[in-house]
Design a protein around this ligand. Sequence first.
Ligand SMILES: NC(=O)c1ccc[n+]([C@@H]2O[C@H](COP(=O)([O-])OP(=O)(O)OC[C@H]3O[C@@H](n4cnc5c(N)ncnc54)[C@H](O)[C@@H]3O)[C@@H](O)[C@H]2O)c1
Length: 406
Amino acid sequence: MINVIGLGYIGLPTALMMASHGVEVVGTDYNAELVATLNHGHTTFKEKGLDELFRNALQAGIRFTTEYQKTDTYIISVPTPYDKFSKKVDACYVVAAVKSVMEVCPKGATVVIESTVSPGTIDKFVRPVIEADGFRIGQDIHLVHAPERIIPGNMVYELLHNNRTIGADERDIGEQVKKLYASFCQGEIVVTDIRTAEMTKVVENTFRAVNIAFANELAKICRHDNMDVYEIIRICNMHPRVNILQPGPGVGGHCISVDPWFLVGDYPSLAKVIDESMKTNDGMPDFVLGRIHTIMKEKGMTDIGRVGLYGLTYKENVDDMRESPTLQLLESQERHLAPTLKVYDPFIRQDVVEHQYHDLDAFLADVDFVVIMVKHDEIRDNMDKLAGKIVLDCHNICHLPGVYHL
Ligand SMILES: NC(=O)c1ccc[n+]([C@@H]2O[C@H](COP(=O)([O-])OP(=O)(O)OC[C@H]3O[C@@H](n4cnc5c(N)ncnc54)[C@H](O)[C@@H]3O)[C@@H](O)[C@H]2O)c1
């Protein structure tokens, strides 16, 4: 039986996927409310294909509890934020989860850390916790790191199809865990050592962050001298070895806006490009705020209360708001003591910010200037409703005349 610890954006779909492919699974989370919601037959976030997967897993007998199970295999998928000052990974959730597992697990168990961690974290923080309980790693407890690559919005498909990395101290244990993931994963599964697995995951997200930062920096350069960044990127990408990403209003989520900081924190004198890239991406919400003020001035508009931000989530068609550019922009605006902008997001049902709307038409009725922060399908489908408004399109999706860009 597999005990999946941490039933959030990664742990829940992983647990459901394994259960619906014939693996006996118990999901454990210390959030009793979350466990109760699952036990009442509801999923805890919106994701394409998740409800169907949930039904299949329930039929297959998955159980949810706040209790850690006595079993032979654990998968730990708890948060790994970064420390805002040192920029290093904050391993406290992983350490706490491993400690709780050590209290119940029998000798011979395998502990798989799925959480993203910086290279060396398992050596530095996880091994001592296990050894402190008198277990010998490699004999009493087998350690594995199996980082996750799935993207919110397409998690179910990607769980099935992405290639994966398994890092293990012992080759045979790595192969056993590979077999477990191969119960559902159709991608290639590479077995390597733990530190390599730790590093690859962080490097993958860093690659994305640096490339996004390059596109964002181009947007700033082009704005400075009034050049069309989208046309320039389009033409450059016709070069056979150039593939520039699109600029945007910033980077959010639990991965690309977080993991590259681990390398900056651990290698401050070496990770220079990464450091600058993260600062560039983190500066984009302020850049958007600057654009809003410039455009208001140009249009003779004085009431910022008539400006509306479309989108609160960190990416399109998901309900995950963590580290979102819109929240960063609102925070920055608050620091300047300016009155709050209006906000609307079709995926956010609860009230999370001031001046928030839950209906697109009501939102549009109260604003003259719309800033497209997130390219949800809903805004693409309702683009004609923006006719007559001032529009700042941070994603180049609106083709109405007179639209402003980054
Ligand atoms: N969200 C993503 O897109 C994504 C993608 C790839 C990798 N990751 C990585 O996966 C890991 C998990 O991220 P997430 O987005 O699923 O986080 P999350 O915050 O959505 O979920 C974590 C869950 O763990 C639970 N939890 C925390 N400590 C616990 C403990 N000691 N015992 C039991 N439950 C505990 C929390 O209550 C929460 O429900 C992170 O390391 C993250 O970097 C996330």
